[in-house]
Write a protein that binds this ligand. Structure first.
Ligand SMILES: Cc1cc2nc3c(=O)[nH]c(=O)nc-3n(C[C@H](O)[C@H](O)[C@H](O)COP(=O)(O)OP(=O)(O)OC[C@H]3O[C@@H](n4cnc5c(N)ncnc54)[C@H](O)[C@@H]3O)c2cc1C
Length: 420
């Protein structure tokens, strides 16, 4: 087959826009993006992007713009329920040395604005309000059709349309359905000018374990002007089952009660941190509830001239902060393989899947394991966990285990060096 010259991309989220930028810059392929929403989304909390993802964003020329809008927060500060810090660690001490990048927390809306601005500068067309209805292919190419009667043809198709991917449902792996992880998140963004003055100088990710979930507070804008907080807890499926109505009802009830629930859980917190946490919750105006879904691992990723990447292929729990970075790694690996293997596309897809799966599965399991600390526990068990965490972080720092890369190797992984 001759070199592909045009790609149609479904979905203008991180995976779709980043894939378009990379394929245009590196492979000289013309991308066209189709997005179901009527306009770029303004929804979302704040995303954590660790070293492995940041180095790829830098290679795409996006690092300076992102850094100017986010907060670099490499330190994890763990607090006891009483408020005091029981341990701290630099989550990227070693991976920063290896990659040159630490950890960025950035509002999703800022991330997407930077990406869409880059696409605009690169004159990549993004068509909004496009509901995909069909995919067909032949020896010449692949065709997509939309509910408004329009259609397009390309040499290949990238499905970047997230966990509920229509590309996957219509074409690549119709039998694979997302499953509820048992964990739900509720989150908000709060300007620090409404909080005690010390809130503007928070520079780390602050985590507090409670008997009913994890509360985290982190800066997400430059100069400490805003904090992002989330509460992540074990929550049963609605009694009516896994239905949209059931979750809407459950979400409404969570949003209505969560402030008093969290304030009650942290009522014994004292000192400056206790005050910041409580005020952050009290001053919260808008909350968003999010049941965490994931895709069962090892689904199919390609068919014919179509490949799905990012959450469409391997949505994982967000507890390892790797969703965007996994999409970036997908894109770089695929784009490099396209250059290295000028043969048929299905052969490139086959090699891609074979090389990419072990890394994706590793991060999937890590995210699942990290989800475990959100589970309900007793006050005694919580106290035990606090002591164990304090001890473990003390040992980690005393023996300089961060310098050995313990726990940080996945963050220093360079997908472009992966020769397995
Ligand atoms: C609560 C929560 C917290 C998270 N925290 C982090 C974090 O800290 N760090 C991190 O890296 N990741 C995090 N993630 C995961 C991260 O959001 C995803 O991994 C990432 O957004 C995946 O990007 P994507 O482009 O593959 O999919 P998406 O972001 O879902 O984008 C898909 C795009 O496709 C569009 N679309 C959907 N269907 C169609 C269709 N039929 N036709 C056309 N367009 C369509 C959507 O509107 C959207 O624009 C979190 C996720 C959640 C839920």
């Amino acid at each position: 087959m001759s070199r592909p010259r045009k790609v149609a991309i479904i979905g203008a989220g991180p995976a779709g826009v980043l894939a378009a930028l990379r394929l245009q810059q590196f492979n000289h392929i013309s991308p066209v993006i189709y997005e179901i929403r009527a306009e770029p989304t303004t929804l979302g909390g704040a995303i954590g992007i660790p070293s492995n993802g940041l180095r790829l964003l830098h290679r795409l020329g996006l690092w300076d713009a992102l850094r100017a809008r986010g907060a670099e927060t490499s330190t994890l500060s763990v607090h006891a329920l009483k408020g005091q810090v029981i341990g701290e660690m630099d989550m990227t001490s070693w991976s920063r040395e290896k990659t040159g990048f630490g950890y960025l927390r950035i509002r999703r809306v800022d991330l997407m604005e930077v990406l869409h601005e880059a696409a605009r500068k690169a004159t990549i067309p993004i068509h909004f309000g496009k509901h995909l209805t069909g995919i067909t292919e032949d020896n010449q190419g692949i065709a997509v059709t939309f509910a408004d009667g329009t259609s397009d043809n390309a040499d290949f198709l990238l499905g970047c349309d997230g966990i509920h991917s229509m590309v996957r449902k219509l074409y690549v792996d119709p039998g694979l359905t997302p499953e509820y992880s048992g964990i739900s998140n509720i989150y908000s963004l709060v300007p620090t000018d409404q909080l005690p003055s010390a809130a503007a100088s928070i520079s780390s990710l602050n985590a507090t374990l409670t008997t009913d979930g994890l509360l985290a507070v982190s800066p997400c804008r430059p100069n400490g002007e805003m904090v992002y907080w989330f509460f992540s807890r074990e929550l049963a499926m609605p009694t009516s089952g896994d239905t949209r109505d059931g979750w809407e009802e459950r979400g409404k009830e969570q949003v209505e009660t969560i402030k008093s629930t969290v304030l009650d859980l942290i009522k014994t917190s004292e000192g400056e941190w206790g005050q910041i946490m409580k005020e952050t919750i009290r001053k919260t105006e808008t909350l968003r509830f999010y049941p965490v879904y994931r895709l069962p691992p090892n689904g199919q990723w390609s068919r014919g001239r179509c490949l799905i990447i990012g959450d469409a292929a391997h949505a994982m729990q967000p507890h390892a902060s790797q969703g965007v970075s996994m999409a970036l790694e997908d894109i770089f690996m695929f784009s490099n393989l396209l250059e290295a293997h000028p043969g048929p596309l299905d052969e490139v897809f086959r090699i891609y899947e074979q090389k990419r799966r072990p890394r994706v599965n590793e991060m999937y399991l890590l995210a699942e394991r990290n989800g475990g600390i959100r589970k309900k526990t007793t006050p005694w068990r919580l106290r035990f966990n606090e002591l164990a965490t304090s001890g473990a972080l003390g040992i980690y720092n005393f023996f300089g285990m961060g310098k050995l890369g313990l726990g940080q190797k996945p963050l220093a992984y360079d997908v472009e060096e992966d020769k397995n």
